[in-house]
Ligand binder design. Structure first.
Ligand code: ATP
Length: 210
Protein backbone atom coordinates (compact mmCIF):
# COMPACT_ATOMS: atom_id res chain seq x y z
CA UNK A 1 0.00 0.00 0.00
CA UNK A 2 1.38 3.42 -0.80
CA UNK A 3 0.55 6.66 0.97
CA UNK A 4 -2.13 8.83 -0.69
CA UNK A 5 -0.86 11.82 -2.68
CA UNK A 6 -0.19 14.99 -0.69
CA UNK A 7 -0.25 18.31 -2.60
CA UNK A 8 3.07 19.58 -1.27
CA UNK A 9 5.22 17.69 1.17
CA UNK A 10 6.63 20.06 3.76
CA UNK A 11 7.82 17.66 6.45
CA UNK A 12 9.41 14.50 5.12
CA UNK A 13 10.78 11.82 7.42
CA UNK A 14 13.42 9.28 6.43
CA UNK A 15 13.91 6.10 8.45
CA UNK A 16 16.50 3.69 7.12
CA UNK A 17 17.60 0.36 8.48
CA UNK A 18 18.57 -3.13 7.51
CA UNK A 19 15.21 -4.29 8.93
CA UNK A 20 16.53 -7.84 9.13
CA UNK A 21 13.92 -8.35 10.50
CA UNK A 22 11.83 -5.25 11.26
CA UNK A 23 10.70 -5.41 14.91
CA UNK A 24 8.29 -3.69 17.25
CA UNK A 25 10.73 -0.94 18.26
CA UNK A 26 11.09 0.02 14.58
CA UNK A 27 7.33 0.32 14.23
CA UNK A 28 7.00 2.28 17.50
CA UNK A 29 9.78 4.59 16.34
CA UNK A 30 8.01 5.23 13.02
CA UNK A 31 4.72 5.94 14.83
CA UNK A 32 6.43 8.30 17.25
CA UNK A 33 8.20 10.17 14.45
CA UNK A 34 4.98 10.59 12.47
CA UNK A 35 3.13 11.97 15.49
CA UNK A 36 5.83 14.02 17.18
CA UNK A 37 7.26 15.57 14.04
CA UNK A 38 3.90 16.05 12.33
CA UNK A 39 5.26 14.41 9.18
CA UNK A 40 3.39 14.63 5.88
CA UNK A 41 5.21 11.50 4.81
CA UNK A 42 7.69 9.01 6.22
CA UNK A 43 9.90 7.01 3.88
CA UNK A 44 10.97 3.66 5.32
CA UNK A 45 14.16 2.72 3.51
CA UNK A 46 15.59 -0.78 3.77
CA UNK A 47 19.31 -0.36 3.18
CA UNK A 48 21.30 -2.12 0.52
CA UNK A 49 24.33 -4.02 1.74
CA UNK A 50 25.11 -1.27 4.27
CA UNK A 51 28.78 -0.35 4.15
CA UNK A 52 28.98 -0.22 7.98
CA UNK A 53 27.45 -3.67 8.67
CA UNK A 54 29.87 -6.56 8.34
CA UNK A 55 27.28 -9.30 8.41
CA UNK A 56 25.76 -10.39 5.09
CA UNK A 57 22.17 -9.28 5.18
CA UNK A 58 19.17 -11.41 4.21
CA UNK A 59 18.11 -11.19 0.58
CA UNK A 60 16.68 -7.80 -0.44
CA UNK A 61 13.34 -9.34 -1.43
CA UNK A 62 12.85 -10.81 2.05
CA UNK A 63 13.74 -7.56 3.84
CA UNK A 64 11.51 -5.54 1.51
CA UNK A 65 8.60 -7.94 1.98
CA UNK A 66 8.98 -7.85 5.76
CA UNK A 67 9.25 -4.05 5.80
CA UNK A 68 5.99 -3.88 3.83
CA UNK A 69 4.30 -6.25 6.26
CA UNK A 70 5.56 -4.25 9.24
CA UNK A 71 4.95 -0.69 8.07
CA UNK A 72 2.36 -0.64 5.29
CA UNK A 73 -0.52 -0.34 7.74
CA UNK A 74 0.74 3.03 8.98
CA UNK A 75 -0.82 6.15 7.58
CA UNK A 76 1.49 8.49 5.60
CA UNK A 77 4.21 5.84 5.27
CA UNK A 78 5.93 4.72 2.09
CA UNK A 79 8.22 1.69 2.01
CA UNK A 80 10.84 2.93 -0.41
CA UNK A 81 13.05 0.36 -2.17
CA UNK A 82 15.51 2.76 -3.80
CA UNK A 83 18.55 1.66 -1.77
CA UNK A 84 17.87 -1.99 -2.51
CA UNK A 85 17.91 -1.22 -6.22
CA UNK A 86 21.16 0.76 -6.05
CA UNK A 87 24.31 -1.02 -7.17
CA UNK A 88 27.41 -0.70 -4.98
CA UNK A 89 27.60 0.83 -1.52
CA UNK A 90 24.52 2.51 -0.18
CA UNK A 91 24.99 5.96 1.37
CA UNK A 92 22.36 7.84 3.35
CA UNK A 93 23.44 11.20 1.95
CA UNK A 94 22.67 10.06 -1.62
CA UNK A 95 19.15 9.11 -0.56
CA UNK A 96 18.63 12.39 1.31
CA UNK A 97 19.81 14.44 -1.67
CA UNK A 98 17.54 12.51 -4.02
CA UNK A 99 14.53 12.98 -1.73
CA UNK A 100 15.28 16.68 -1.36
CA UNK A 101 15.44 17.07 -5.15
CA UNK A 102 12.10 15.25 -5.49
CA UNK A 103 10.53 17.35 -2.72
CA UNK A 104 12.13 20.78 -2.97
CA UNK A 105 9.80 22.36 -0.42
CA UNK A 106 10.33 19.71 2.22
CA UNK A 107 12.32 19.87 5.43
CA UNK A 108 13.96 16.47 5.83
CA UNK A 109 13.95 14.66 9.19
CA UNK A 110 16.36 11.74 9.56
CA UNK A 111 15.14 9.28 12.19
CA UNK A 112 17.84 7.18 13.88
CA UNK A 113 18.59 5.34 17.10
CA UNK A 114 21.23 6.83 19.38
CA UNK A 115 23.64 3.97 18.60
CA UNK A 116 23.66 5.10 14.97
CA UNK A 117 23.85 8.75 15.97
CA UNK A 118 26.97 8.10 18.05
CA UNK A 119 28.60 6.66 14.92
CA UNK A 120 27.40 9.37 12.57
CA UNK A 121 30.81 10.95 12.17
CA UNK A 122 31.98 7.80 10.43
CA UNK A 123 29.22 8.08 7.81
CA UNK A 124 30.00 9.14 4.28
CA UNK A 125 29.71 12.99 4.05
CA UNK A 126 28.26 13.25 7.56
CA UNK A 127 28.53 17.05 7.60
CA UNK A 128 26.33 17.22 4.51
CA UNK A 129 23.81 15.01 6.34
CA UNK A 130 23.66 17.52 9.21
CA UNK A 131 23.13 20.32 6.73
CA UNK A 132 20.37 18.72 4.73
CA UNK A 133 18.34 17.05 7.53
CA UNK A 134 17.24 17.50 11.12
CA UNK A 135 18.45 14.44 13.02
CA UNK A 136 15.76 12.89 15.21
CA UNK A 137 17.20 10.53 17.78
CA UNK A 138 15.54 7.70 19.68
CA UNK A 139 17.25 6.43 22.80
CA UNK A 140 17.88 2.70 22.80
CA UNK A 141 18.76 0.63 25.86
CA UNK A 142 20.72 3.25 27.72
CA UNK A 143 19.21 6.71 28.16
CA UNK A 144 22.63 8.27 28.67
CA UNK A 145 24.13 9.36 25.36
CA UNK A 146 27.66 8.30 24.65
CA UNK A 147 30.35 10.94 24.76
CA UNK A 148 30.67 10.78 20.97
CA UNK A 149 26.95 11.41 20.67
CA UNK A 150 27.07 14.36 23.06
CA UNK A 151 29.96 16.00 21.26
CA UNK A 152 28.29 15.65 17.90
CA UNK A 153 25.04 17.00 19.33
CA UNK A 154 26.81 20.11 20.67
CA UNK A 155 28.36 20.67 17.28
CA UNK A 156 25.05 20.36 15.46
CA UNK A 157 22.72 21.73 18.12
CA UNK A 158 20.30 23.35 15.74
CA UNK A 159 19.87 20.18 13.72
CA UNK A 160 19.23 17.54 16.39
CA UNK A 161 16.17 16.64 18.43
CA UNK A 162 15.14 13.74 20.64
CA UNK A 163 12.11 11.57 19.99
CA UNK A 164 9.88 10.75 22.95
CA UNK A 165 10.08 6.98 22.56
CA UNK A 166 10.08 4.82 25.69
CA UNK A 167 13.13 2.59 25.91
CA UNK A 168 12.56 -0.67 24.05
CA UNK A 169 15.47 -3.05 24.52
CA UNK A 170 14.86 -5.09 21.37
CA UNK A 171 17.26 -5.66 18.50
CA UNK A 172 17.21 -7.59 15.25
CA UNK A 173 20.46 -9.27 16.31
CA UNK A 174 18.78 -10.71 19.39
CA UNK A 175 15.79 -11.92 17.36
CA UNK A 176 18.03 -13.64 14.79
CA UNK A 177 20.01 -15.28 17.60
CA UNK A 178 16.90 -16.52 19.33
CA UNK A 179 15.68 -18.10 16.08
CA UNK A 180 18.99 -19.66 15.15
CA UNK A 181 19.39 -21.14 18.61
CA UNK A 182 16.00 -22.79 18.27
CA UNK A 183 13.92 -20.81 20.77
CA UNK A 184 10.23 -21.51 20.44
CA UNK A 185 8.49 -18.66 18.70
CA UNK A 186 5.32 -18.17 20.82
CA UNK A 187 7.19 -17.38 24.05
CA UNK A 188 10.45 -16.10 22.65
CA UNK A 189 11.04 -13.95 19.61
CA UNK A 190 7.63 -13.83 17.92
CA UNK A 191 6.12 -11.15 20.21
CA UNK A 192 9.08 -8.92 19.35
CA UNK A 193 8.00 -8.55 15.70
CA UNK A 194 4.66 -7.64 14.13
CA UNK A 195 2.55 -10.77 13.66
CA UNK A 196 2.65 -10.88 9.83
CA UNK A 197 6.44 -10.59 10.02
CA UNK A 198 6.61 -13.57 12.41
CA UNK A 199 4.51 -15.62 9.98
CA UNK A 200 6.76 -14.57 7.07
CA UNK A 201 9.91 -15.56 8.99
CA UNK A 202 8.47 -18.97 9.78
CA UNK A 203 7.14 -19.57 6.27
CA UNK A 204 10.51 -18.78 4.68
CA UNK A 205 12.55 -20.35 7.49
CA UNK A 206 14.64 -17.21 7.85
CA UNK A 207 17.52 -17.02 10.35
CA UNK A 208 17.27 -20.71 11.21
CA UNK A 209 20.92 -21.36 10.58
CA UNK A 210 22.46 -17.85 10.78
P1 ATP B 1 20.83 -5.17 14.17
O1 ATP B 1 20.66 -5.73 15.57
O2 ATP B 1 20.81 -6.20 13.08
O3 ATP B 1 22.00 -4.22 14.07
P2 ATP B 1 18.74 -3.20 14.71
O4 ATP B 1 17.79 -3.84 15.66
O5 ATP B 1 19.70 -2.20 15.26
O6 ATP B 1 19.51 -4.31 13.86
P3 ATP B 1 18.34 -1.73 12.28
O7 ATP B 1 17.51 -2.18 11.13
O8 ATP B 1 19.81 -1.74 12.11
O9 ATP B 1 17.88 -2.59 13.56
O10 ATP B 1 17.87 -0.31 12.81
C1 ATP B 1 17.31 0.70 12.02
C2 ATP B 1 17.24 1.95 12.89
O11 ATP B 1 16.38 1.73 14.02
C3 ATP B 1 18.60 2.37 13.47
O12 ATP B 1 18.68 3.79 13.45
C4 ATP B 1 18.54 1.88 14.90
O13 ATP B 1 19.34 2.65 15.77
C5 ATP B 1 17.06 2.06 15.22
N1 ATP B 1 16.63 1.11 16.23
C6 ATP B 1 16.67 -0.23 16.14
N2 ATP B 1 16.20 -0.79 17.27
C7 ATP B 1 15.85 0.22 18.10
C8 ATP B 1 15.31 0.27 19.45
N3 ATP B 1 15.08 -0.83 20.14
N4 ATP B 1 15.07 1.50 19.98
C9 ATP B 1 15.34 2.63 19.26
N5 ATP B 1 15.85 2.64 18.00
C10 ATP B 1 16.11 1.45 17.43
Amino acid sequence: MSAPPVAVIKRLGVFGGSFDPPHRAHVALAETALAQLGLDRLHIIPTGQAWHKRRTLSAPEHRLAMARLAFDGLDRVVVDDRELLRAGPSYTIDTLEALQAENPEAQLYLVIGDDQFAALKSWHRWEAILEIAIICIANRADPVRTQAGFELEKQARHAVLTLQLPLMPVSATDIRLQISSGHASPQGWAPLVPEPVARYIERHRLYVSS
